[in-house]
Design a protein around this ligand. Structure first.
Ligand code: FES
Length: 100
């Protein structure tokens, strides 16, 4: 799995969903929906916690507001992030945590 041009690959632990090639810099919340991914979004502004996912890949550190929410929804999971706050800058493998 590699990056080509200005695209990155977002793949899913759930084999029912095909990996997606997405432009660098896109917000995941703008390109993913229930038809192309297992991820769910609610507020899309980092408040509701609907979009908590586990991520494999490189991401910048979460800001303080995101960290606060992750401490509530996914304590002790260092791979947890809010999907709606992710701007794509590397290949990622993700799965929703709200289905566990
Ligand atoms: S969709 Fe509400 S926190 Fe991400």
């Amino acid at each position: 799995m590699g990056s080509e041009n200005n695209k990155h690959v977002v793949s899913f632990f759930d084999p029912a969903f095909e990996p997606l090639s997405i432009d660098r810099g896109e917000m995941l919340s703008e390109v993913l929906d229930a038809s192309n991914s297992p991820l769910l979004f609610g507020c899309r502004t980092g408040i509701c916690g609907t979009c908590v996912i586990e991520v494999e890949g490189e991401l910048p550190e979460a800001d303080d507001e995101e960290k606060e929410l992750l401490e509530i929804y996914a304590p002790d999971n260092p791979k947890a992030r809010l999907a709606c706050q992710i701007e794509l800058n590397s290949d990622l493998r993700v799965r929703p945590l709200n289905f566990e």
